[in-house]
Design a protein around this ligand. Structure first.
Ligand code: AHM
Ligand code: MG
Length: 350
């Protein structure tokens, strides 16, 4: 279907025609789009009795303080997916995976409100989701539905609630961008076949963690910071929004690289991002957009998950930049930064 059509037209073309699983996918999207519309209205509405980012006084699966909006988002998306008839459900906001409908054909892992520390500051936040096929064992062991590698995803994407409410989505045949039209109250297809521009010298990382990083990451960022005078021979720009949806969206639109590596802080050995409902869906989108996503070395989508809320180091963006980070990780003896021609790095990676 062409530009200017609606989500429903995209679902006809990408999902409904491919039998019962495709029809279940379409139903899940119709219901999630309803939840996203309701959430975007709530986000845009002046809150009664305090700021939008008010704390709920509870903690989520990872021990993070929940905001009221986290809980509202959780309720909206879990209700919508239950209505859609999905088989199994896993959310950042709940401890355990659950079976909604034993005969359902899909398993959905979701971060209902990514970037919740940005609610207070009116910066973009989002909802990230990963859709897998249901597995028979899940009826007895719900978590088993989510122990499939990301490569098995049938569809994945994120809604972003920013100046526009948008949906970036893949069904495994390229990446589509839809924007919510307030006039039509519907998501309108703006672009299909999105590709990550390969040549953008821009990186995203929380640089306040510099002292905690391992040497390959420190050296990679040092080389970017040195700009024209360093081994890369060009100046780099830096952006860090603190909502992965927003940093990822920028990379899909104009290129660059995003890193949340594992570091030396206790509890951050595997970084901060969760595999099933943050890294896997964004990795699937990145690959479908001609980019790449790794844990620094290995492809995220090949990783066999073991527990619902496991974290994973995450490097995502244009394929050549992600490959370059891999080379830094594999280079066990990085040359000193002041070596002539910057050592091997200057010759091979300049
Ligand atoms: P959240 O799902 O609790 O919001 O946490 C995930 C977010 C990502 O969106 C973002 O990239 C990262 O946490 C920011 O972490 P930090 O505050 O360490 O920079
Ligand atoms: Mg999140």
């Amino acid at each position: 279907m062409g530009q200017g059509g609606t989500l429903d037209g995209l679902l006809d073309a990408e999902a409904r025609a491919s039998g019962p699983v495709g029809q279940a996918l379409a139903e899940a999207f119709v219901c999630m789009a309803g939840a996203a519309k309701a959430l975007s209205v709530l986000i845009a509405t002046p809150p009664v009795g305090g700021r939008l980012g008010a704390k709920a006084g509870t903690a989520n699966s990872d021990g993070d303080q929940q905001k009221k909006l986290d809980i509202v988002a959780e309720d909206l998306f879990s209700d919508s997916l239950r209505k859609a008839g999905i088989g199994a459900y896993l959310s950042e906001e709940v401890e355990e995976a659950t079976v909604f409908h034993p005969a359902g054909l899909l398993a959905v892992a979701i971060d209902p409100l990514d970037g919740s520390s940005n609610i207070d500051v009116n910066a973009p936040i989002g909802t990230i989701f990963s859709i897998l096929p249901m597995v028979a064992e899940a009826v007895a062991d719900p978590a088993s539905a989510f122990r499939q590698p990301g490569r098995k995803q049938l569809a994945a994407g994120f809604f972003i609630y920013g100046p526009q409410t948008s949906l970036v989505v893949t069904f495994g045949k390229g990446v589509h961008l839809l924007v919510l039209s307030p006039e039509l109250n519907d998501f309108v297809l703006v672009e299909s076949g999105i590709t990550i521009p390969p040549d953008m010298p821009e990186y995203a990382i929380n640089a306040s963690n510099y002292r905690h990083w391992h040497e390959p990451v420190q050296t990679y960022i040092d080389d970017c910071v040195r700009g024209e005078e360093g081994p890369r021979g060009r100046n780099f720009n830096m952006r860090w929004i603190g909502s992965m949806v927003a940093d990822a969206y920028r990379i899909f639109m104009r290129g660059g690289i995003f890193l949340y590596p594992g570091d030396k802080r206790p509890g951050y050995e595997q970084g901060r991002l969760r595999l099933m409902y943050e890294a896997n869906p964004v990795a699937f989108l990145a690959e479908q957009a001609g980019g790449a996503a790794t844990d620094g070395i290995d492809n995220i989508l090949d990783r066999k998950p073991h527990s619902p809320h496991q974290r994973v180091p995450f490097v995502m963006g244009s394929a050549d930049k992600v490959e370059r980070v891999r080379e830094y990780y594999l280079d066990l003896n990085p040359p000193t930064r002041d070596a002539p021609l910057f050592g091997r790095r200057g010759l091979l990676r300049g």
